[in-house]
Ligand binder design. Structure first.
Ligand code: HEC
Length: 149
């Protein structure tokens, strides 16, 4: 229903710039979920002993963070102007009002990732890595991520 109204509004105004972009919203959400999997599945579950410690999986998770975290400012360059249908989390409009501040929350995460390379070797150190990263991820989430349900 909401989507129908949005499309009708865009047609009325005859402009594509007001059209909300579900595809972009989904892309942004999936991108963040990929990052989330490395930290909240691989690292968190290993740190709790819910998954056996696996060096190759830890290294792959860190490599994923190393490539993806620096892309956050580009992936969130454009406001999709709508939330992913049925999503639990969404992007706050504040991102595009304070883009420089949003982007500044990325550097502490990339620095932490670089610092952790070669230092995660067992369950105790993966727990330490999780705690370090989680704090820095949340420093962005607390302002710029919305809990939708
Ligand atoms: C610069 C800001 C920023 C940083 C840093 C950041 N995130 Fe996010 N994250 C967001 C935003 C904005 C959303 C909501 C996006 C959406 O759902 O469209 C989000 C959503 C998420 C979600 C929920 C996805 C879903 O819909 O289920 C997870 C999981 C997540 N982030 C994990 C992480 C992890 C792990 C890190 C740290 C390694 C991290 N994020 C760092 C901004 C950030």
């Amino acid at each position: 229903m909401k989507k129908v109204v949005v499309v009708a509004g865009a047609l009325l105004l005859g402009s594509s710039t007001v059209m909300a972009d579900q595809k972009l919203a989904v892309e942004q959400d999936n991108f963040m979920r990929g990052i989330g999997k490395a930290v909240y599945v691989t690292m968190l579950k290993m740190s709790k002993g819910e998954l056996p410690y696996d060096q190759a999986a830890v290294d792959a998770a860190l490599a994923k963070l190393e490539t993806d975290v620096p892309k956050i400012p580009t992936v969130f360059k454009t406001n999709p102007k709508e939330q992913v249908v049925n999503a639990s989390f969404g992007a706050s409009k504040k991102i595009w009002k304070n883009k420089a501040d949003f982007d500044s929350k990325v550097k502490p995460v990339t620095e932490a990732v670089a610092d952790l390379k070669g230092k995660i070797k067992d369950q105790a150190s993966v727990k330490m890595a999780f705690d370090t990263l989680n704090d820095k991820c949340n420093a962005c989430h607390e302002t710029y991520r919305l809990k939708l349900k």
